[in-house]
Write a protein that binds this ligand. Structure first.
Ligand SMILES: Cc1cc2nc3c(=O)[nH]c(=O)nc-3n(C[C@H](O)[C@H](O)[C@H](O)COP(=O)(O)OP(=O)(O)OC[C@H]3O[C@@H](n4cnc5c(N)ncnc54)[C@H](O)[C@@H]3O)c2cc1C
Length: 473
């Protein structure tokens, strides 16, 4: 019997370790799957993510049961649980897909050791990204710190086809199981409140619907529209890719299928989308080779930055009360949906670090709490990019102007009005010049909406001085 340990691969199809277990099971006596609620992971989790996880697990368990199989559920230290369950089932092998983030690597090495001590064969598989860390390097064999070259090699590399889901016959009949399946815990039993955010539907079916819808429409205008938050041209697959409710090969090959019907101009839009998949892999590689970036600047000299870290300014940013409409809309979307559009993530991150002069780690921590798609590699990569401390980051002197960004990417203030109700009836022109309007104009136009908490031009100069001092210039 093969025991498959699900982690960030909450799906049956396009799952490399599960497919390998099913292959081995043909000559053996079937596959049983297991999910472990690990206290070490739950400690860092937050309601939006746990809610998404539980819904995805419920759907996955349903899938196994429909096939006659089972997804066992346990709570506890994985190194103990895995050994215990493997021994109870007399498993011939335990398999799982690798997770490349730091804490997961430490946990997996403890699990490997515990299984080895108990003499239980084990194997881990590369699955979460198309090309594993170390497989795309410079000609000298070093990891890339600049995306462009990485992206080109990523695009040129041959990609695996999706792996098939196991057939019903390859799963151990749940009626013959000698161990208890156990109920899925509720959010409350795991110690979490219901999320305040209204999340997208979770699970593989919902992910497939998003992928199909995207490949019929958004993908063909992706490059043109992706920066405009109301144009709905992005895939919305980030939480699915984070939890693995859909496989990366399935996503990639669906976009290649979309290419078959594409004009030359549309093919370029598809290239741009695939390039975002490559950014995801780039940041996964960065984290693999530099696990310390979770809490430290990638660029060491930037450690001398003297952030101001004003608590009141930080609270206004978190609450979406900065008096900069596009920033506030983004921060309120984050609370309302556990999600924020990419362009707006860049704007709010730049605003926190370069206008409020607050350490990116504060922003990263808030995103970690609120985002349903929080992914250590991408979140960290995004924050260090915006703060100019990361790999291939925004240069420190290129500082977004939040007003012109709002005007360019949300000209009719449609996105802003969706989330900032105090501005619902306000003219877009006033919204986009809020920082320049007089107090009387502001009071007349939107009496409830806050005045700007800082002056962008002044803060820009202070940010430049802060970075230059850190660089010894
Ligand atoms: C400050 C900041 C924090 C971020 N935090 C996260 C995070 O925690 N989790 C996360 O998945 N993405 C993060 N991103 C990247 C990006 O904002 C989201 O992936 C994207 O908005 C998700 O929407 P989508 O699925 O519609 O993306 P699409 O545009 O459809 O992109 C497809 C997929 O490519 C990947 N991707 C897209 N853009 C990026 C990028 N810049 N870097 C890495 N991968 C990317 C994601 O997996 C995404 O689902 C962050 C960006 C910034 C600037």
């Amino acid at each position: 019997m093969q025991l498959h340990w699900h982690r960030r691969d909450l799906r049956a199809s396009d799952n490399r370790a599960l497919a390998a277990a099913a292959d081995a099971a043909e000559a053996d006596d079937g596959v049983v799957s297991l999910f472990v609620f690990d206290p070490g992971v739950l400690e860092h989790a937050r309601p939006p993510r746990v809610s998404y996880l539980l819904k995805s697990l419920a759907e996955l368990r349903e899938w196994y049961r429909e096939q006659g199989g089972e997804l066992l559920v346990r709570r506890g230290e994985p190194e103990q649980v895995l050994v215990e369950v493997a021994l109870q089932l007399d498993a011939d092998r335990v398999v799982w897909n690798r997770d490349y983030s730091g804490l997961a690597r430490e946990r997996d090495s403890r699990v490997r050791m515990a299984l080895a001590d108990a003499d239980i064969p084990r194997e881990s598989f590369h699955d979460a990204i198309c090309h594993k860390p170390g497989s795309i390097t410079t000609n000298q064999g070093d990891p890339y710190s600049v995306f462009t070259y990485f992206g080109r090699k990523w695009q040129d590399r041959k990609k695996d086809e999706p792996f098939p889901a196991p057939n019903a016959e390859m799963l151990v009949d749940r009626a013959n199981l000698s161990v208890e399946a156990a109920n899925l815990p509720t959010l409350d039993e795991l110690g979490f409140d219901e999320p305040e955010a209204d999340l997208l539907p979770a699970g593989t079916e919902a992910a497939r619907r998003r992928l199909d819808a995207f490949c019929e429409d958004g993908i063909y205008r992706y490059e043109e529209d992706r920066d405009y938050p109301t144009r709905e041209s992005t895939s919305r697959l980030s939480a699915d890719l984070k939890y693995g409710t859909i496989g990366i090969r399935e996503v990639y090959w669906s976009t290649e299928e979309a290419r078959e019907d594409a004009t030359e101009a549309e093919a370029e839009q598809i290239d741009e989308f695939q390039s975002q998949l490559a950014w995801r892999e780039f940041y996964t590689h960065v984290l693999w080779f530099n696990p310390e970036v979770v809490s430290q600047n990638y660029k060491e000299y930037e450690n001398a930055i003297e952030w101001e870290n004003d608590d009141e300014l930080l609270a206004s940013w978190k609450d979406g009360n900065t008096g900069y409409p596009i920033v506030d809309a983004g921060m309120r979307q984050l609370r309302a949906e556990g999600f924020m559009h990419n362009r707006v993530r860049m704007i709010v991150a730049s605003f926190l670090t370069k206008d409020l002069l607050i350490d990116w780690r504060e922003g990263y921590d808030w995103f970690r709490q609120k985002l349903v798609d929080h992914d250590t590699a991408n979140d960290n990569g995004g924050w260090q990019w915006a703060a100019s401390t990361g790999t291939d980051a925004q240069p420190y002197f290129r500082i977004f102007n939040p007003m012109t960004q709002g005007e360019r990417y949300d000209p009719d203030a449609e996105y802003i009005k969706t989330y900032v109700e105090e501005l619902e009836a306000t003219d877009p022109e006033i919204i986009h010049s809020w920082h320049e309007a007089s107090l009387t104009q502001r009071r007349n136009a939107a009496p409830e909406y806050p005045d700007p908490i800082v002056d962008h031009s002044e803060r820009r100069e202070q940010a430049l001085a802060m970075f230059e001092a850190a660089r010894g210039e």
